[in-house]
Structures are given as C-alpha cells and as structure tokens.
Design a protein around this ligand. Structure first.
Ligand code: G3I
Length: 380
C-alpha cells in the first residue's frame, strides 16, 4: 500500500473516529488490513481488469493495489482476437500469459474475455483465400480451432470465460454479425460447446451491455433458457454494467438480475463503471459510436468537485445495496478498471475527455465511493 494511500485511509478513518467511536475504530482497522475483496468475501467476487500497460511489471503500484483489493481479474483486451491472434497463423501469447501468471500467483479468479465477438476480430477470419465469406462449416472450423487453442492453453487456470459477447441488439433482435451471417443462430451453441469440450471445469457465460433495457433483458433471458433446453453448457449471464451517474433507473437493473436468475443462470456484473460526464445519448457501450470533442461535454478537466464525488458515491452505494440484496444470485462484481486515468471512458464516446468513473483516482487513492462501499460492509 502506498504511503499516501495509508495516510488517506487513516485520515478518513480518523475523521470517522470523531463521528462514531466503535464503528470507526473497526472501520480504520479493517481498512488497514484488508481490501474490498475481503469485506465482500461472503457475498461475491470483486474484480477489475488487467491492462497490457501493466506488464511486465511496469505498473507495480497498480498491480499491488489490484492484488490487495480484488480477487478476480479480467483481461481487458489481451485475449481479444485482434490482440492475441492478429494473423490466423500468429498467436501473441506474451501479455495474456503474464496476466494469467499474475492471477495464478495471487490466487485470483481469472476471467477470459472474449472468445466470440463481432468487434476486434481481423476481417480475414471470415473470408476464404479469394476474399469471399467463408461457408458455415469452414467458419465453424475456424471458431473451433480458435477456442480449442485459446481455452486449451489456459485449461484449469481461467475460471470463467466470456464465451460470446454482445450478440443481441437493444431491441432484442440478433446482432447481424459476421458470425451470425456466416454460421447462423446456432453459432452461440457451438461456441459454448467448443469451450466446454476443451475445459469442462470452466464457468461459461454470455456477456452484454444495456441489459437493463427490457427488450434486451427479455431476449437474453429467453436465449439462455433455449440454450439450456438444448443442453448447451451455458452457466451464467454477464451484465456489463456500463451506466451513467443518473441513468438508468436501478430498478431496471435489479429486474435484470432477477430475470437472469429466473432463467437458471448465475449472474455476473462484468464491466461496471459509472460515466459522470454529460451523456451524448441514452446509455450504451457500443464501441462503434464516436462523437467530436466539445468543452461543454468535458466539465471536470481541472478536477472532480466534492459534490460530484458524493453523487458518484451515492450511485455506487445504491448499486451495491441491490447487489447485496441479490448476493445469492450474483457470483462476481467486476469493475471495468481500477484507476480513473486508465478508464476507456476517457476516450469513449468522445476522445480526450477527463472522466471519473471508478473507485480509485488518478493518484490511485480510494475515492469517497470506495469508502462508501467499504462502509456498507463495516457498518453492518
Ligand atoms: O494496443 C494498441 C496500441 O498498440 C496502439 O498504440 C493504440 C492506439 O491506437 O491502440 C491500442 O489498442 C487499443 C486497445 O483498447 C488497447 O488500449 C484499441 O485501439 C482500442 O480500440 C481498445 O479499446 C478497448 C475496447 O473495448 C475495444 O476493444 C477498450 O480498451 C476496452 O475497455 C473496451 O472494452 C469493451 C469490452 O471489451 C466489451 N464490452 C464493452 C467494453 C467497452 O467498449
């Protein structure tokens, strides 16, 4: 733990001690000796992402913080097709290997992200030597080979795989991806079966964003039920959780947790962050969208006001009260980043903004939102 962090934490705790003596003493002691993962150990895993920038051992302060605060980690980009296999015959294992080694060393739940997605896949994957779209069987063979190699390499070391990512649109219809068009609707069945055949112990999930949209929620739940009825080895559903500070209504998110559990699925919150900047449209994490920079859309370049810190803390506290209420359904809550400075939301949907979506600030000190989540457990 950095000196500044310890001072910050003890300073916070000291402030608290003035308020309620016994509770704050417990708060201060607990914060000195454990992280969020320990406070929530009896509820669900607490995760974050690993970025290539941290390896090998380039960001030791961050990695130390991650190993202290979290017991689950997801490869943010390193296991995506374009990063790990930029050419069909060339695999780039180095960073992914180091991430899995880090997770193994710290006895963390490693999440592989993601086997079958429409984004970040080299176009050549879907084309034959003459540049024409591959026939169904040929494309399935490509998918099988990819999954067998990637899942096989980390068999027994990656506990959960995001097998299929973002296959359904907000209106509940199938996303017309190259996988869907090339193979057909059952490309999802095959992806899960290929992964399960290689590593029967791995927990296999479907992952998507905007899962609080009723039409999307219902379509995903219905798909999961159908897959299960066909004997497909799908074990859980990932709610990415890219939300805004004021949207969506959290009752929609709670309804999704319940609907996914009712479909017989374990629930994973897989990519949680809270966008605190002015929104250019209804919530989405559709990476394909982009908008130009305007100063009025980037109001906190000189710092994040205290009242906004408290608003963010309120939002996270409200979320975690729902998660704790449904702790029996939820296996994991993963934040899509640790420190604000590294968040994808500094560049999405408008490049070059200064966002504050996570629990740790740019100096990697815990924000009021962190302390609020800690207090939720310590206060009880
Ligand atoms: O690695 C290259 C680097 O060599 C190059 O210099 C740099 C500048 O072009 O780009 C780097 O790759 C970037 C990569 O992040 C690593 O930083 C890609 O351009 C950029 O597109 C990629 O963005 C990622 C995005 O997914 C698209 O893959 C974000 O970091 C990542 O947070 C985001 O995460 C997605 C989930 O995978 C799926 N759910 C939605 C979520 C947010 O879009």
């Amino acid at each position: 733990m950095t000196l500044s962090r310890r001072r910050f934490m003890l300073g916070t705790a000291a402030g608290l001690i003035a308020v309620t003596h016994l509770k704050s003493r417990a708060f201060a002691a607990a914060l000195k000796s454990s992280g969020l993962k320990d406070l929530y150990r009896d509820d669900f895993l607490i995760g974050t992402v690993l970025s290539a920038r941290s390896f090998p051992d380039k960001e030791t302060t961050l990695l130390d913080l991650i190993s202290r605060e979290f017991n689950a980690v997801t490869a943010e980009n390193a296991m995506k097709w374009e990063e790990i296999r930029p050419q069909l015959d060339s695999w780039q294992w180095d960073i992914a290997d180091q991430m899995v080694d880090f997770a193994t060393r710290h006895k963390m739940h490693m999440v592989g992200h993601t086997l079958v997605w429409h984004s970040q896949v080299p176009a050549q994957v879907f084309l034959d030597s003459s540049g024409q779209p591959l026939e169904r069987d040929a494309l399935l063979k490509i998918m099988k080979g990819h999954i067998e190699t990637l899942v096989g390499r980390y068999k027994g070391r990656i506990a959960t795989w995001d097998v299929v990512n973002e296959a359904i649109e907000d209106d509940g219809k199938w996303r017309q991806t190259s996988w869907f068009k090339g193979v057909g609707e059952d490309y999802i069945d095959h992806a899960f079966r290929f992964a399960h055949d290689v590593d029967p112990q791995a927990h296999l999930i479907y992952n998507d964003y905007n899962t609080f949209v009723p039409t999307k929620r219902d379509a995903i739940a219905a798909m999961a039920k159908k897959l299960k009825a066909r004997g497909v080895p799908i074990h859980g559903l990932g709610m990415q959780g890219h939300i805004g500070i004021g949207r969506p209504d959290l009752t929609e998110l709670e309804q999704t947790i319940e609907a996914f559990a009712d479909a017989g699925m374990r629930v994973h919150i897989t990519e949680l962050d809270v966008d605190v900047l002015p929104s250019v449209w209804e919530m989405s994490a559709e990476i394909a969208n982009r908008f130009e920079y305007k100063p009025e859309m980037d109001p906190y370049i000189d710092g994040f006001p205290q009242e906004m810190e408290e608003k963010l803390a309120d939002r996270y506290e409200a979320l975690f009260k729902i998660f704790l209420k449904h702790r029996d359904k939820i296996d994991r809550v993963t934040f899509w980043g640790t420190s604000d400075g590294a968040s994808w939301l500094n560049g999405f949907p408008i490049p070059g903004r200064t966002n504050y979506p996570l629990l740790f600030n740019r100096q990697m000190d815990p924000k009021p939102a962190y302390n609020r989540l800690a207090a939720l457990k310590l206060g009880k």
